[in-house]
Design a binder for this molecule. Structure first.
Ligand code: SF4
Length: 288
């Protein structure tokens, strides 16, 4: 992803997928504690401008929100109103939300939410079947115009077919576990999820293998995110289904012409990166 906005940092573990949370891992490496929750100095980052007076986040970009926390974390209730206001004011940007707490969402929506805002792409995590059965019915009941599923880390087989049949899901991604976690990801689980998506023309992206990957009964160890995403790309699992369209508007509520929207750029590394299918393009930061 090109841009990440973390209005708060730190989290409370709430399900199996959190066991080896990368935020806790990276904080621990720096001598910190991921359980300490705080508002960050970037709380209104999407409203910030560069020296020329232009927004740092351009019209048409997709911004991942709360990648070191959960947007619907109870401990962040006091800060969420400000974050919603930022999202409301940047109706020209797509905000990617991902949560393991969909049961809290309905009570956390702003008063003017209506049937959902066009610039919000709402996703739930389904790391195993138990969490899929728990979270998918809630996802389908919630008023969002754009919905997706993230099976990350994929730590068991997940079948989503009966939920995908709703026609509400625009995209499914999955990937194995890494950083401090080494629970294996089995290629058979990835293939099965892909089949469910392809048969319904839903975009499917296998982001990365994870550190321990099982293919045809053999166990492989892949160290490094780059290796994992290249191997995922080479597996040929990615599938581009029906396009998701976000009808973005300016401050006046008018549609933004296509030529004024952000254009994705890619570097050489992107050509063999499985995430290219769902990524916002390369910012040249050299970190991915
Ligand atoms: S919800 Fe996400 S950020 Fe929070 S503990 Fe779980 S994995 Fe980590």
């Amino acid at each position: 992803m090109h841009d990440i906005w973390n209005p708060w940092h730190g989290c409370v573990k709430c399900s199996e997928g959190c066991e080896n949370c990368y935020m806790y891992y990276l904080d621990g490496m720096r001598g910190g504690n991921g359980a300490e929750i705080r508002r960050t100095s970037n709380a209104v980052y999407p409203l910030s401008r560069d020296r020329k007076g232009q927004f740092r986040i351009q019209s048409g970009e997709m911004v991942s929100v709360c990648m070191t926390s959960d947007f619907f974390l109870e401990q962040a209730d006091a800060w969420r109103g400000e974050a919603w206001d930022v999202i409301r004011r940047r109706s020209d940007v797509v905000f990617y939300l991902l949560t393991k707490r969909p049961q809290r969402v309905a009570a956390c929506l702003p008063e003017d939410w209506g049937d959902g805002w066009e610039n919000v792409f709402f996703n739930v995590t389904c790391e195993n079947q138990k969490r899929a059965e728990e979270r998918m019915p809630i996802l389908l009941d919630l008023p969002f115009r754009h919905k997706g599923v993230s099976c990350t880390p994929l730590i068991g087989p997940v079948r989503l077919g009966k939920y995908l049949d709703s026609g509400q899901i625009g995209r499914v991604v999955c990937g194995g576990e890494n950083y401090g976690g080494r629970r294996p990801c089995d290629f058979d689980w990835v293939r099965a999820l892909r089949e469910e998506c392809v048969s319904r023309e839903i975009t499917f992206c296998f982001l990365e293998t994870g550190t321990v990957f099982i293919s045809d009964g053999k166990r492989y160890t892949l160290n490094g995110k780059r290796t994992q995403t290249v191997q995922a790309f080479r597996s040929g699992m990615n599938y581009e289904g029906r396009p998701m369209r976000f009808y973005l508007t300016d401050n006046w509520g008018l549609p933004i012409p296509e030529e004024d929207l952000y254009k994705k750029r890619y570097c050489k590394n992107c050509e063999e990166c499985a995430m290219k299918l769902v990524c916002n393009g390369c910012s040249g930061c050299g970190k991915c």
